[in-house]
Unconditional design. Structure first.
Length: 385
């Protein structure tokens, strides 16, 4: 991956095609996603310096590579101090050290990337005002929810985006393992993000254009009806197009397919880059699921119990004829734990279970009693033998 492409994305200079290509790369492997997250968090530190954006990406790229090689924060600080001559060594060891220590902590925090590239931590037990780069108030966060307004200082945003449709002002939410989060977009659409997910969305939608957002992971959408502005959820190669409805989209890296489950209304599934039409899309009815194969791009539609796919919104974990390999990943995200499975036979066995308010200790004990899954738990790490 060319780090310049990530830099363009963080600088809000990337085209929709470049954004799609970047998301394809991120979705290709957990290592790619980890690299991208590191870059975004490092960007928050370096972007506050007096360096231009091209210099920023060079220093960040080199610092991340050095950090991956030596696995020590001190290596980054030393490297940065050598190459960023306009800042003193003392400044970076005082300010920079604190910043990178905070970056490690923030891996388990909800973060929001603002339109200017700054990344801020969201405290779910507090409040925050979301400000655009002109100082306008565009949204308010309270607890585990952000509500954007389509009336707050809208004229200044409209003036800018009308001059160039590719300059829509975007925010991006990143949800860590162990948490869920809700965002109400400027059109009133409600999006609940599952753990280990991210959503990139316009601060305000552009009149005359479709309402398009970019998802990685899983989210539940309740879309406000607007017949003149279709709502589109992009998941790499797949688009989900709606006018007003409720549906769930899942696109985790370990899955071999993207999943769309429709609760009410109607949605159409079609390939990113194709012109939307009846011929190029697959229509989904309520109570059905569409599975988009990542490799073949074939779409399979089947009837399902939608509660099995939306229980997570209310904190439930529902496993229906699910292989343990997927159950393990869902438990890792939901409880923010690491699970090492040394019992390879167990990986492909399927199980049925529903959990609600249980702790991870209680979940593992239940699995052990019912399915003979022997394990040990220490410091948020579960080892299965």
């Amino acid at each position: 991956m060319d780090f310049k492409r990530i830099n363009k994305y963080l600088s809000n200079k990337a085209t929709e095609k470049e954004v799609g290509e970047l998301f394809d790369w991120i979705d290709a492997s957990p290592q790619n996603k980890s690299t991208f997250i590191k870059y975004k968090k490092a960007w928050a530190v370096w972007s506050k310096s007096n360096l231009d954006s091209d210099a920023n990406w060079i220093h960040i790229r080199n610092a991340i590579r050095e950090n991956d090689r030596k696995k020590r924060v001190a290596s980054i600080l030393k490297y940065a101090a050598i190459f960023i001559g306009i800042l003193s060594v003392g400044y970076y060891f005082t300010i920079g050290n604190n910043s990178f220590e905070n970056l490690n902590i923030q891996e388990n925090a909800v973060t929001i990337q603002l339109e200017n590239g700054d990344i801020e931590v969201i405290s779910t037990d507090g409040t925050k005002q979301i400000i655009d780069r002109k100082g306008n108030l565009v949204g308010v966060q309270t607890g585990n929810e952000i509500v954007y307004s389509n009336t707050l200082n809208a004229s200044s945003i409209d003036e800018e985006v009308n001059s160039n449709s590719e300059r829509l002002a975007y925010n991006e939410l990143e949800i860590p393992f162990g948490k869920t989060f809700k965002v109400v977009l400027s059109d009133g659409t409600q999006v609940t993000l599952n753990s280990g997910s991210s959503l990139r969305y316009p601060v305000k939608f552009l009149k005359g254009n479709s309402r398009k957002v970019y998802l990685q992971g899983e989210a539940n959408f309740e879309v406000s009806k607007d017949v003149d502005h279709p709502f589109i959820v992009n998941v790499n190669e797949m688009n989900v197009r709606v006018l007003g409805t409720q549906f769930n989209v899942s696109s985790y890296p370990e899955d071999s397919y993207y999943s769309t489950v429709l609760m009410e209304g109607s949605v159409a599934i079609y390939r990113e880059g194709n012109t939307f039409s009846k011929e190029t899309s697959t229509l989904l009815e309520p109570g059905f699921r569409a599975k988009w194969n990542k490799l073949s791009e074939a779409v399979i539609v089947d009837k399902v119990n939608t509660n099995h796919y939306t229980g997570w919104v209310s904190g439930k974990l529902v496993f229906k004829n699910m292989p343990f390999s997927k159950i393990r990943k869902k438990l890792e995200r939901h409880y923010n734990v690491s699970i090492v499975n040394n019992n390879k036979i167990l990986e492909n066995k399927t199980y049925n279970a529903i959990f609600d308010k249980e702790t991870i200790e209680e979940v593992m004990e239940i699995l052990n009693k019912n399915f003979k899954i022997e394990y040990s738990l220490e410091n948020n790490k579960i080892i299965i033998n």
